[in-house]
Ligand binder design. Structure first.
Ligand SMILES: C[S@@+](CC[C@H](N)C(=O)[O-])C[C@H]1O[C@@H](n2cnc3c(N)ncnc32)[C@H](O)[C@@H]1O
Length: 271
């Protein structure tokens, strides 16, 4: 049953919302002062376009995983359209917010799991028509292996929104200072195939990882693939089509190419 306004306000007062402003009822939203996540979030709009392009108007038939769910905006929006959604989030301070959504909306087709996405396998979670990997790949230390593992649980479509590492040192000098904790270029090998990238230091190994709500969870440094290696890794993981989605980010194209290197890639399996 939906929680009443007073209860919602008390529960929200104990939480720290940082990204998804979700409307809980006529009076209460999770992150007041910010625009409504649904329908205004640009990535959500882009994902809806991708789903419509791929599956037509049938979100209700889809099984979707949202990996690194943070505050559940994507999971909730797609579950409200009828999809069966599982959101996976490791950090307790974020998971508490997801638990509030689950309790308040009580949708039978929306479930959140507090777990490490590194343990997301077909054996544990089953197969999904769609996997959303938004803002998570660049928080992992073994992204190539992880993509293979996730691909094995993906029947049709993966949407990856990720930073990537500059391929040359000249580009590194132009990067936003917030992203500058990148190492020299390194090569990693998986199944005899080489991929390039740079290590990104997320926090000191001794830091309390629970407090940094947007950071990696089970590794203190992450391996950012270069864009070339990222698209190869997605293809090598088993996606027949690998497309770059520009429509939500077209206005920031130049910034996202160099200063704040980030992209949304869609991988599609042709059945
Ligand atoms: C940058 S935020 C992105 C959140 C959301 N997907 C979005 O795009 O708005 C990264 C999220 O992934 C979670 N996370 C990081 N490493 C994780 C891991 N190994 N397993 C599960 N969640 C993780 C963080 O706690 C955080 O909620």
């Amino acid at each position: 049953m939906a929680l009443d306004t007073e209860t919602l306000k008390q529960r929200l007062a104990k939480q720290r919302w940082t990204g998804h402003n979700l409307r809980l009822n006529d009076e209460v939203t999770t992150w007041p002062g910010h625009s409504d996540f649904d329908p205004l979030d640009l990535r959500l709009k882009a994902i809806r376009r991708i789903l419509r392009f791929t599956f037509g108007d049938q979100p209700g038939k889809l099984r979707i995983a949202d990996l690194g769910a943070l505050e559940g905006g994507y999971s909730l929006a797609l579950a409200r359209q009828g999809a069966e959604v599982i959101g996976v989030e490791a950090r307790k301070l974020n998971f508490d917010k997801l638990a509030l959504l689950e309790e308040h909306f009580a949708l039978p087709n929306l479930k959140f799991v507090m777990a490490d996405v590194k343990e997301f396998t077909a054996e544990r979670y089953g197969a999904f028509d769609v996997v959303l990997a938004l803002g998570i790949l660049y928080h992992l230390d073994r992204p190539v292996e992880w993509l293979r593992q996730v691909a094995a649980a993906t029947r049709r479509l993966i949407v990856i929104d990720s930073h990537f590492a500059p391929a040359d040192d000249h580009a590194l000098s132009k990067i936003d200072p917030r992203l500058s904790a990148l190492s020299a270029l390194e090569t990693v090998t998986y199944n005899g195939i080489s991929y390039q990238g740079r290590w990104f230091k997320e926090f000191e190994p001794t830091f309390s990882r629970e407090e940094e709500l947007w950071a990696s969870y089970s590794n203190w440094r992450s391996f950012w693939l270069t864009k070339g290696s990222l698209v190869r890794a997605i293809r090598d993981a088993g996606f027949d089509l690998v497309l770059e989605q520009h429509d939500y980010s077209a206005d920031s194209h130049d910034r996202l190419a160099i200063e704040f290197p980030r992209t949304m890639i869609v991988g599609l399996k042709l059945n």
